[in-house]
Ligand binder design. Structure first.
Ligand code: CAA
Ligand code: FAD
Length: 380
């Protein structure tokens, strides 16, 4: 592997860093406190091509590789993980899923708008009683000839109230197990589709997480993605790439907290010298930097696997598993290095610590990543 970044990749990284500092940083504390969705910032991210980064330009995308996507996700997540989860869901779950498995009509109708950020999308797999155990979902998509009748509830849906297009995974034939599941494109405003109240969360408070209720929603057959019964594999395959995005989000949260802690340790004095001169603090910094570098290598490895058409299920799961633990460990230590100041909002690290936790839960918990990794190891 050669991880010398190309000029184009470096330019994407620099643009994302600049955007994060100038557009996201100024209001990030307030948005977190008031659970305010970064609507203007997301619109600008779309205009800059960050919402359809890997989509073919013929569908309005930026035509970049996964490595560039990882670099951009890291930079945005250093500052605002609420914005970066919107970016991640739109890029790696919704756009990628549609581009890879949608038909030409679906791409023309939906992908072109999603890739430019004109609209944003949501990915709807989890349910109140089925999260990790995704095949045990209860939402039904009854085959009615030229349409599916959709009934059920999806839970914890990112972009729940701000999306226009929802990729909904539902059971058509329970007897067939995972082969009886379909993925449907549901539009906001379809009759019988109701968005539930917003969740009041520990972290990523600027992102809007909602339950969605479907009651006799008629979804035209042409809105099914792939063959009949392909829905579960669609979800699994899409999530394999999504996990690289969330790994990069976790990496960004960790590196954002590290940069703040490093800077603070050189400013704050205790016992007559900068706290960075105390070995206990130096060792914390050394551990943080080592883990962050390892997490970055795992993210780049997974992205490189995807870009070069190698299997990336295991490498993506490893990246997410390790980067999310690194995000948690690093942010806790960043708060510690800041002492009492770390406990208040102005210093950013407490928010990063709260934001870090979700990276160990969504797109498959850490336990699920270990299942994915170990199954691959045993298969081999
Ligand atoms: N790509 C393609 N197909 C896959 C696949 C992949 N990565 N992984 C599994 N499959 C296929 C299998 O080959 C199998 O098909 P066959 O029987 O034809 O071989 C089928 O899918 C079922 O696979 P499993 O038997 O492995 O299924 P399982 O019930 O044991 O579950 C699991 C496996 C990995 C635990 C899975 O249920 C899982 O990933 N759970 C976590 C769910 C999750 O990640 N949810 C995230 C929701 S989205 C989100 O969270 C977004 C956000 O926050 C921002
Ligand atoms: P459970 O599956 O009930 O798990 C509970 C605990 O048991 C976990 O620790 C888990 O690891 C453990 N566990 C479960 N099974 C096993 C096992 N076999 N072995 C070992 N341990 C196990 N979902 C979407 O579809 N779309 C979204 O956009 C989305 N966004 C989200 C945003 C937020 C803020 C949150 C909180 C969640 C979001 N989710 C979304 C849902 C998320 O993917 C699930 O919460 C996650 O997959 C875990 O499911 P669960 O909450 O039902 O936990």
């Amino acid at each position: 592997m050669n991880f010398d970044l190309t000029e184009e990749q470096l330019a994407v990284q620099a643009a994302a860093r600049d955007f994060a500092q100038t557009e996201l940083l100024p209001g990030v504390i307030e948005r977190d406190e008031h659970q305010k969705f970064p609507a203007e910032q997301i619109k600008k991210l779309g205009e800059l091509g960050f919402l359809g980064m890997m989509v073919d330009p013929k569908y309005g995308g930026s035509g970049m590789d996964t490595v560039s996507y990882v670099l951009a996700m890291e930079e945005i997540s250093k500052v605002d993980a609420s914005a970066s989860v919107v970016m991640s869901v739109n890029n790696s779950l919704v756009c990628w899923g549609l581009e890879k498995y949608g038909n030409e009509e679906q791409k023309q109708k939906y992908l072109t708008k999603l890739a430019t950020g004109e609209i944003i999308g949501a990915f709807c797999l989890s349910e109140p009683e089925a999260g990790s155990d995704a095949t045990s979902q209860r939402t039904t998509a009854e085959d009615k000839g030229d349409y599916y009748l959709l009934n059920g509830t999806k839970n914890w849906i990112t972009n729940g109230s701000t999306a226009s297009v929802y990729l909904v995974i539902a059971q058509t034939d329970v007897a067939k197990g995972h082969r009886g599941i379909n993925a449907l494109i549901v539009e906001r405003g379809m009759e019988g589709f109701v968005v539930g109240p917003k969740e009041n969360k520990l972290g990523i408070r600027g992102s809007d997480t909602h339950s969605l209720m479907f009651t006799d929603v008629k979804v035209p057959k042409e809105n099914r993605i792939g063959e009949d019964g392909f829905g579960f594999k669609f979800a699994m395959s899409t999530l394999s790439g999504g996990r690289i995005g969330i790994a990069a989000q976790a990496l960004g949260i960790a590196s954002g907290a590290f940069e703040l802690a490093l800077k603070y340790s050189k400013e704050r004095k205790a016992f007559g010298k900068e706290i960075s001169q105390h070995q206990a603090i130096q060792f914390k910094l050394a551990d943080m930097a080592t883990n962050i570098d390892a997490a970055r290598l795992l993210c780049l490895q997974a992205a490189d696997d995807k870009d070069n058409h190698r299997d990336y299920g295991k490498s993506g799961a490893m990246a997410k598993l390790f980067a999310s633990k690194t995000a948690m460990d690093t942010t806790v230590e960043a708060v510690q290095i800041h002492g009492g100041y770390g406990f208040v909002k102005e210093y950013h690290v407490e928010r990063l610590m709260r934001d870090a936790k979700i990276t160990q839960i969504y797109e498959g918990t850490s336990e699920i990543q270990k299942i994915v990794i170990s199954r691959e190891l045993l298969k081999a």
